[in-house]
Write a protein that binds this ligand. Sequence first.
Ligand code: GLP
Length: 254
Amino acid sequence: MYLVFPTHAELARYTSQKLKTLMLSAVPTTVGLATGSTMEPVYANLIQSLQSAGPQDFKQLVSFNLDEYVGLNRQHPQSYRYYMQQHLFDHIGLPDEQTFLPDGSCTDIDEQCAWYSQAIQQRGGLDFQLLGIGTNGHIGFNEPGTPFDSRTHVVELSEQTRIDNGRFFDDFAEVPTHAITLGIADIMEAKEVWLLITGEHKAQTVLNYHRSAVDENMPASVLKRHPNAHILLDQAAATLLPAEVQTHYRTQAA
Ligand code: GLP
């Protein structure tokens, strides 16, 4: 199901309210978080909303991030751990022991991958998974062709993904060639999934998703099989969808 918001800002506000409710839950809650520029206003809104609600302890919350670059440690400004500390965790005082990301600088990557999927399962799986999308349809770092039954694994990043993500690095040669990502099967076991897609530069990706059958060459298309997946778009990302689809799913809710 799509939800089409007039702007990225409104989509971000709406998503932050969902995350806030999950994070303040009175029962154990496991949330899958994502990085990327799409999520920056989501986390900015979330911080503001949590801070205005007064001190929180997040006792019931554990988070697992989707992915991390191989070879970057948590102090590296382009590592996803650094992003999460800067854009969310440090602002709300979420302790390290409640937040998990794959460790891109670990010595035994295969062991780390196996541990990561198991750690999520031991918590009873993800209650909620937040997702962005790459222009080639990747979710997490599951590039086109990734088997739908994959668990946390190491991937070689496609040229397209390295080019897309190169904007965050001073020099293209510094863009990592590999990453650790939650697998498609891990993502599909989440009880609820929200895929956020914003900006005109993702409009073609949205159209490709819309037209795609459930196909490993369009990783996000697997969500068409998920019983509780929602695709949240801003108007700019929705522009190439058929007019009746845009109208049908338009929402003002924020
Ligand atoms: C990276 C991340 C993805 C993210 C994607 C989109 O490749 N691994 O999880 O969804 O970028 O990022 P952005 O929101 O910056 O377009």
